[in-house]
Design a protein around this ligand. Structure first.
Ligand code: ADP
Length: 281
């Protein structure tokens, strides 16, 4: 039987013997500071299972910092993060991470297939070397991202879009239940972008959960069913069609009205009729 979970300042606690599995990701009253200067605060949300969530906000608004906080890679000044009810450090196998492409040394001399195999190490245990089964899984993941022909190519000899596909294959090889991706669409060509969107939807169809830092406001309603709007503090979190409104974009991006009205027009064209009032009213 499932156990009811309530949240407190210290973290989720089990209360009685009914209902609710912990959500894939829960962030409570989070503050993160660098050199004692807060860069994120008032962050409080829980991501339901099986959602594609866009993390949206201007440059420097704390998107990468939030992703790192959710992975346990930066210290928290206050609040807490839980992945499936546990500390991020206890859930390494269940959480896949695709870092920003710029943050990776692509000159490191390693083949694409070996990068993908690295995604499998967490599942191998300490004393086992990857064998043919691991290689087969890695090859399958490369195939899923359209990179099977490049398995033995050094990563430095791949284009930006191909490198990004290899990184996605590596995350897929982990067979995680929750994925955190930092700008997976950054610097990729249209074909790769389409491939990544397909992949995200496949992952979602398997009941898994994905959070993506995303820059392009024009594609938000098409790609993500939930969004977190962020500008150092949480502006809003919820289903895209409810919270991705002109007003909330203004609160997130401040005075950059040209961008906002362009996006509003683009989004209004894509939304179903019942939602158009939000944009044209
Ligand atoms: P975004 O991903 O939205 O562009 P970041 O999370 O990268 O924002 O950065 C948020 C703020 O934190 C920025 O002001 C940035 O300069 C600062 N920052 C990011 N990383 C560090 C760091 N390692 N040390 C000090 N300040 C940092």
């Amino acid at each position: 039987m499932d156990e009811r979970v309530t949240t407190t300042e210290e973290g989720p606690t089990k209360k009685s013997t009914v209902t609710a599995k912990p959500p894939p990701l829960e962030v409570h009253d989070l503050t993160v500071a660098y050199h004692r200067r807060p860069v994120l605060w008032d962050i409080d949300f829980a991501v339901p299972k099986g959602r594609l969530v866009g993390i949206i906000g201007p440059n420097g608004s704390g998107k990468t910092t939030l992703v790192k906080a959710c992975l346990g890679l930066v210290p928290l000044a206050s609040g807490w993060v839980r992945c499936f009810g546990k500390q991020p450090s206890e859930q390494r196998k269940r959480v896949g991470y695709v870092p920003q492409r710029e943050s990776v040394d692509w000159d490191f001399p390693i083949d694409a297939i070996d990068v993908v195999m690295m995604g499998r190490y967490g599942g191998l245990g300490w004393f086992r070397k990857p064998g043919s089964k691991e290689r087969k899984i890695a090859g399958e993941c490369l195939r899923k991202v359209g990179m099977a022909d490049y398995a033995k190519r050094q990563i430095s000899q791949l284009s930006g879009g191909q490198q990004q596909r290899v990184f996605l294959a590596r995350a897929l090889a982990q067979r995680s239940d929750l994925y955190l991706m930092d700008e997976p669409f950054q610097g990729v060509d249209a074909a790769t972008e389409t491939a990544i969107v397909g992949l995200l939807n496949d992952i979602k169809a398997q009941g898994k959960t994905v959070l993506c830092v995303h820059h392009d406001l024009q594609t938000v309603t098409e790609y993500f069913d939930w969004v977190l709007l962020l500008n150092m503090r949480q502006i809003v979190f919820g289903p895209t069609e409810e919270v991705f409104t002109n007003e909330n974009l203004r609160r997130t991006y401040g005075g950059r009205l040209n961008i906002i009205s362009d996006v509003a027009d683009a989004v209004a064209r894509k939304l179903p009729d019942k939602s158009k009032d939000k944009w044209t009213g």
